[in-house]
Design a protein around this ligand. Structure first.
Ligand code: NAP
Length: 457
């Protein structure tokens, strides 16, 4: 078996890697447990220094450009966005280096004991199964808190970004983390279950699709191991009559099309009140028509290819099924053939009927779904009529409306007059079929620790 790195801009294979033989995989898992028994005794100060060192490597202009190019070559994101992603990885390393010890400090609780307290102790080897869409960020936002807490990590990255996976392991080694603290596993998805079953692996996290999340949770459940799941989303972007329309359109275009439309927290369903729908729609379509599609290594390009041929075929099928099911296509609606890779035209579909099979789908590509509704009640009802509950963005100047949206939207986050984004300082995660558990912030570093109660007479 092998893992191929394919450039989605050209469809050409860049490199191919053999997957690990069973004995190599087993040796890596056993080694992680051995390393943990030493690493757990390193101090917070030491771990913090290694994380700061990783941040400075990520901020090195020459190297960071090389890593950004690697992402663009392997999965097609526009180069400027790849550069920003590397910077964000440096941020999360610095954040946990600076705040980790405070988040994990023992807490005294007064009881009938002479002293009782909570301590946060590492669990051991944590498995991370990660997606290709933010190939560096997804891994660093897991690795920084996990390593700061004293755990060690095994990464099973998506099969189309093996070079990114190996580069991340190398960065953490260069930063000074001991050999074996962070190891990349070059394995296919069907071997994840055997890794979770290994007694050395104590917990797992997966960012990716619902089927992958369910499969990992099932395997982990069978051996009673904790999981954190960050899964899909179909985030609403609600625009009311008091919204600043120009800003809502400008941010909405970015929120839908960032990363060529392949973000879990992309605004996917634009829910616009009837009174402003004609004005919003005209500006939105006009903005889509101005976008530059092409080679993502060129800095003027807004939209690059989808990461894989399967992704292109899926979005094309979803668009065609939606139109056949009654949606109106306002712009786009077909693959783009200007280059040989996996490109799709920026597309807007209006009012997919609830009876259409794609109505509750996640569209993972440059396709915006536009819905028009009579009032805020209908907007909230439509927003919540989804199996997902990751993020939500709502645009209104009205404080009463803001309160209602914050209270009533079923999602892991609500952003008022701004696009949904992740931030090391704020917890990140979803409800419903978008998963469970939280990453980032104080909560993120406490997901994979033993919250130990100490009671002393
Ligand atoms: P995917 O197929 O689920 O892949 C994600 C990871 O899971 C890959 O490493 C993949 O390995 C692995 N995997 C796939 N099937 C598995 C299984 N049965 N058991 C164990 N591991 C398995 O995801 P995708 O379709 O490429 O990525 C897009 C999805 O991820 C979207 O739904 C998106 O919304 C979601 N996502 C969520 C977040 C979030 O934070 N909530 C962030 C980014 C993406 P292989 O590559 O080897 O198949």
């Amino acid at each position: 078996m092998s893992i191929a790195s394919i450039n989605p801009t050209t469809g050409q294979q860049l490199q191919i890697f053999p997957t690990f033989a069973d004995d190599v995989l087993r040796a890596k898992i056993v080694e992680s447990e051995r390393v943990f028994q030493e690493y757990r005794h390193t101090s917070w100060t030491q771990r913090s220094q290694w994380l700061h060192q990783a941040a400075s490597l990520l901020r090195d202009d020459r190297q960071s450009l090389e890593w950004a190019k690697l992402m663009t070559l392997e999965m097609g994101k526009p180069i400027e966005q790849a550069i920003s992603e590397i910077q964000k990885c440096a941020w999360v390393c610095d954040y946990y280096a600076d705040r980790g010890a405070e988040f994990l400090a023992p807490k005294i609780i007064a009881t009938d004991a002479s002293q009782s307290r909570i301590e946060y102790q590492p669990l051991g080897t944590i498995l991370a199964v990660m997606p290709w869409n933010f190939p560096f960020w997804q891994v660093f936002r897991f690795a920084a808190p996990t390593l700061m807490a004293g755990n060690v990590a095994l990464l099973k990255h998506a099969s189309n970004v093996p070079q990114c996976a190996l580069a991340i392991e190398d960065i953490l080694l260069q930063a000074g983390f001991p050999l074996g603290v962070f190891q990349t596993l070059l394995i296919s998805a069907d071997r994840v279950e055997s890794v979770i079953r290994s007694p050395q692996v104590k917990a797992a996290t997966l960012t990716g699709s619902e089927p992958a999340g369910a499969s990992l949770a099932q395997a982990a459940g069978a051996v009673l191991k904790k999981t954190v799941l960050e899964l899909g989303g179909s985030d609403p972007f609600i625009v009311t009559t008091s919204a600043d329309l120009d800003e809502a359109v400008a941010v909405g275009v970015k929120a839908r099309l960032l990363n060529n439309g392949q973000s879990c927290i992309a605004a996917k369903r634009f829910i616009v009140l009837n009174a402003i729908a004609p004005a919003f729609t005209a500006k939105f379509v006009e903005a889509f028509s101005q976008l530059q599609i092409g080679d993502p290594l060129q800095s003027a390009i807004d939209i690059g290819p989808l990461a894989t041929l399967a992704g292109l075929e899926q979005i094309d099928r979803q668009v065609r099924d939606s139109i056949a099911g009654g949606a109106e296509c306002l712009i786009g609606g077909k693959p783009w053939s200007g280059l040989p890779g996996f490109f799709y035209e920026p597309t807007i579909l209006k009012n997919i009927p609830p009876t259409c099979a794609t109505y509750r789908d996640e569209f993972f590509g440059p396709v915006a779904l536009l819905f028009t509704v009579p009032d805020l009640d209908a907007a909230i009802a439509l927003a919540n009529d989804s199996p997902f509950g990751l993020g939500a963005s709502a645009w209104t100047q009205d404080l009463v409306e803001q309160d209602r949206l914050i209270r009533e939207l079923e999602s892991g986050s609500v952003f008022i007059n701004g696009m949904v984004k992740s931030d090391p300082r704020l917890p990140f995660g979803g409800i419903k079929r978008s998963g469970y558990g939280r990453e980032l912030g104080r909560m993120g570093i406490r997901e994979f620790v033993n919250i130990k109660t100490i009671w002393i007479k």
